[in-house]
Design a protein around this ligand. Structure first.
Ligand SMILES: Nc1ncnc2c1ncn2[C@@H]1O[C@H](COP(=O)(O)OP(=O)(O)OP(=O)(O)O)[C@@H](O)[C@H]1O
Ligand SMILES: Nc1ncnc2c1ncn2[C@@H]1O[C@H](COP(=O)(O)OP(=O)(O)OP(=O)(O)O)[C@@H](O)[C@H]1O
Ligand SMILES: [Mg+2]
Ligand SMILES: [Mg+2]
Lengths: 221, 221
């Protein structure tokens, strides 16, 4: 469903840092994929390229056959809103919107009727254990609660691919097991495709593919 | 070295949430203490009360015999800068300062000469594996790199107590083991007192005291 072709991204800060170095990977529809590697190895950078949130220096990404290079900024934004769900490493929740409003936001971008969006939003918050926190603002939530709102928001549109950066980093074992079970259920019962960056071995256990990065290079797939 | 007396903190958002509910704990000088519990159980709230970053509704905190209640805001700020090192759950790095400048900041508050502060800053960055990133701004660092800068900054003044909220949440196993080893070394060789909120079992393994929270209450100590 997705593939990268000779993907490159470097930062120049005096020295040049090759954050993503000639990466070629393939993501099968309906699969669970995990990206692992040391801190600073390029995982978040790779994920933001897959998500069309950042432009590569060279190389391309194809989603359902559509090349990212061929799209201008508006078209890329449209693709993101309809096809991708993103869980950021630091959540990026909208500070002045409640948990429920944050989860409903992607559905407003795809013109889902308000009543349906609200119902789905409440269902998703319940699935991540936050039904009692729907009216809280992000600043009125704990770290792990914010993380779960971000997860619920990514699931809202049932996107073609969910890209998740450390989705369980702030969760205790029990809450995290609930999230892992939820991801597995969505993958097995709804065919949801996942690409997850994680340091958490319990997520890699169920992966169809484990992609290992080191210093910007994919060393094992 | 530190104790809490009937500490209480609640939030009112329609319903009342008792985030810290009648908590009485003691921290021994030179000890390693870990606070565990489910997401939303009140750990970060408790830590911010211990750090004097938030005022309790009722109850008190004593640090080296000094009551927080007796201090006004300026005196409390002074106590924080000289006595406490804080690793925030989301780092709170200063965006327009480099990694090195962020680490040096606490030392400027205690009037450490610039030359000495810079040398200690570089040493600390090296100890967390970031000597090559000293000139990067927070936005030019990976999640785990930002977390390590926050750790280095907390250590800078050799404070009486280091309060750390999920200090290893964004780190891969190898990097995290390095941080755990560093904390152990500081605890055993320099008598550094730690109070750490964590979901990571490898940190609780070495703890002298494990404090378990559930729904704002300390259920086990
Ligand atoms: N400003 C606020 N207003 C209302 N409720 C709040 C506020 N801040 C925190 N809470 C609630 O207080 C409870 C405790 O929050 P806290 O951040 O201390 O949890 P935590 O144990 O650190 O969780 P985590 O492991 O997810 O980081 C949570 O249920 C949260 O929703
Ligand atoms: N804007 C930038 N300018 C310069 N260097 C950058 C920039 N953004 C990231 N880097 C560097 O690129 C490398 C890869 O960063 P990235 O965030 O992708 O790592 P990561 O694998 O997600 O790490 P972590 O597990 O710590 O989150 C890091 O070494 C980082 O210092
Ligand atoms: Mg990252
Ligand atoms: Mg917390």
């Amino acid at each position: 469903i997705m593939e990268t072709i000779n993907l490159n991204k470097a930062f120049s800060l005096g020295e040049t840092i090759y954050a993503v170095n000639n990466v070629n990977i393939q993501i099968m529809a309906g699969s669970m994929n995990v990206i692992v590697g040391p801190s600073g190895s390029g995982k978040s950078t790779l994920l933001s390229l897959l998500g069309g949130l950042d432009r590569p220096m060279s190389g391309d990404i194809l989603l359902q056959g559509q090349s990212y290079r061929e799209l201008n900024e508006d078209q890329l934004a449209l693709l993101r809103r309809h096809k991708l769900g993103y869980v950021f490493q630091f959540f990026n929740l909208i500070p002045h919107l409640t948990a429920l409003e944050n989860v409903m936001l992607p559905m407003q971008f795809t013109n889902t009727p308000n009543k349906i969006a609200k119902q789905r939003g409440l269902e998703l918050l319940e699935r991540v254990g936050l039904e009692k926190r729907s009216h809280h603002l992000p600043l009125q939530l704990s770290g792990g609660e914010q993380q779960r709102v971000a997860i619920a928001r990514a699931l809202a549109n049932r996107p073609a691919i969910i890209l998740a950066d450390e989705p369980t980093g702030n969760l205790d074992t029990k809450t995290r097991d609930g999230i892992v079970a939820l991801f597995q259920e969505l993958n097995q019962q709804e065919g949801q495709t996942f690409v997850m960056v994680t340091h958490d071995p319990s997520l890699s256990k169920f992966a169809d593919q484990v992609i290992t990065m080191r210093d910007g290079v994919v060393v094992y797939q």
